[in-house]
Design a protein around this ligand. Sequence first.
Ligand code: KG4
Ligand code: ZN
Length: 338
Amino acid sequence: TQDVYILAIESSCDDTSAAVLHNDKVLSNVVANQKIHEEYGGVVPELASRAHQQNIVPVVHQALSKANIDKKQLAAIAFTRGPGLMGSLLVGTSFAKSLALGLNIPLIEVNHMQAHILAHFIDEPDTPKPSFPFLAMTISGGHTQIVKVYNHFEMEVIGETIDDAVGEAFDKSAKILGLPYPGGPLIDKYAQLGNPKAFPFPKPKVGELNFSFSGFKTAVLYFIQKEVKENPNFIEENLYDICASIQYTIIGILIDKLKKASKQTGIKQIAIGGGVSANSGIRKALKEGEQRFGWKTFVPKFEYTTDNAGMIGIVGYYKFLNQDFTNQTITAKARFAL
Ligand code: KG4
Ligand code: ZN
């Protein structure tokens, strides 16, 4: 086998990231988080693109120096073409094009959603890889999808959200409770101390394998408003139970659809990715699925589940093996189907 070094760049949302891979191994994976969005309670696109502009050069330098390689050793540059925020994608795309031109090496475009899935193929000790075909569920602040994965390049979205992403359901519920952004991890923390059946929230009725979370958020809002009217201390007095009930409902929604997808396709290998896969409730539910339904479940190392360039690099590596390159006329794509 060859020695292929690839530099990967990810800038689709609010994290600026660069990674260097040696074949399917990640040598460095640097992520600069943008703190600026916290005070706004969500990602502000205009601020995100400006921060990418500031971060990209130092992040790439750091990735190269951590990997201890010189840019002259690079075989190709992979970058996230989409989907994502246009202003954010443009920074990574333009940077990748310029560097590839300067170094006179090939350029590889990567679909961010494919990258979340192929993150499972990054070579890591003690991290088993799914075999084909498998189901992938990508759950984060920006995505909620179930994908049937036939091989590294052929995959089919069989279910997705028709409105909010699951991470938004966590974060917006947290905001209603007065918790800081992003509230998903805090809901998870408090949920583990509460009764999941204390407050029943309705599950949305969405057909097929699709999801909807905007009605859920509204249900939480109305419920809290009603209770606080009667008891101004309702949230403080019941915080753990409220969080446990919210988490129980959201995880129930995800697992119901996974069960349906597994039944429909006959596939029992399930791989998850995206920031919400850190959630203790989903991890527990997947373990239960292994016992109850004979599933085999896969969760990548945490640094490869959230937005990161390592996962862009692994797609870059597989595309490099196929000599699947793009040219300098390429443009970013905010909406980019798998
Ligand atoms: O993948 P990610 O870092 O960024 C994108 O959204 O692309 O995911 C962030 C999302 C946020 O909505 C955050 O609240 C959620 O993942 N999250 C969690 C947990 N950790 C992160 N949600 C629930 N429980 C967690 N433990
Ligand atoms: Zn993502």
